[in-house]
Design a protein around this ligand. Sequence first.
Ligand code: ADP
Length: 429
Amino acid sequence: MDQLPGSNILSPFFFAGKLEEEKFKRFERLAELFTWLAVILGLLILQLPFAQDLNKQAIYIIDAAIGVYALVWYRLIPKKFSGRLKMLASNLITITFIAFIVHNTSGVQGYLIFLYFLAILSSAMTQPIAYMLITVLYVEFLIFLEAFLTAGAFEVNISLAVLHSWALLLVVFFARFNAGEASLLKKRQEEVILGRERALGELKDEFVYIISHELKQPATAIKGYLATLFSKYSDSFNTDTREIIELTNVNSGRLSKLLDDLLDISQIQKGSLKIKMTDVSLRPVISEVLSSLLLEAQNKRISLVQKGAEEMAAKADADRLKEVLTNLVGNAVKYTPEGGKVIVEVKKEGGFSKILVSDNGVGISEGDQKHLFEKFYRVENEKTEAVKGSGLGLFITKQLVEKMGGQIGFTSNVGEGTTFYFTLPRYRW
Ligand code: ADP
């Protein structure tokens, strides 16, 4: 609790008035409503038989002036200018109108002085301390000025002015402490909720990490047993058995990939993803990734091509780089129809190596392009519905590339194909 705001008794006084900018529009709407109510009800009340002589004509003129001001201020000035400064100006203008009303009624001796209290109440509750002080000083100045202008004994007028000032200061302190305390309480509650949510999020990440980690072991074992089955007993399989075991193998591969992705995500989320940067020769890494995806590509008669004869090295984590390339080339194969072509190319770009993975596959629409790197985002249309995936690959790929000091992007046209590219800091020139 110690780190939370408001441990000091004076904190509410300084904390009040810390409104976010968008709240001012709401305050303005309220102020407009209040102004119109004051104008209309004021006119009606003025018809009552008052004991004191009021300069009704002057009050009508001031009332009309307030009406015109309200129209211009709240209707003609665009709302985008709403904010602290506009509110201060509005308060000062309102207070000036009040000064005229007070002057044209019974001055410091009259009851309409309470209108100042209303204006100061709103300022104390909603404005930063400097603006509130300006407003208080302005009101004090007007009250004492009125003491000189009001008819009657000067000592009485000055005494009344002092009394009003005292009451005004009480209103200011009381309103500001209460408003500040309420805002502080809200802030403290928000921080407690935020803290709980954060802790819950961390717990969830930890849970996902532990579960994925525990499931990884049996999944790897199943993959190993299947590989043994294939290598040792493949000859004894009949067609049905072969098909079932092949399907089991594909699904166990998917399960392993999903678990790897979940492990990556929870490490990214926890901030514990480790990157070991070394100098990596790009050519052999790309060849290795392409060979690992060769079978998948051959099944769809897709040709995998490696372009760019030049030898280039980059600063990267070799395993993470393989993961990035496997995701991008794997996607290119997945989202390219039979007989297509996937090209991996390396280029120099300033101090960076740029690796491009192009395909002539289904492409990505503009609407989907905006969301592609979001967690769990998958494009859903008739061309992609048969392709299995989790929507995690590109999210992880982007994080990994950025962790290695590079950037990722893509260009795509529906029906023509997609090129994903990413950069890595170059090691040798
Ligand atoms: P997954 O492939 O598991 O669905 P990804 O995060 O790797 O998840 O990709 C997100 C989405 O981006 C995919 O669902 C797919 O629709 C689209 N996508 C990715 N790569 C390509 C590509 N080369 N061509 C067309 N669409 C792609």
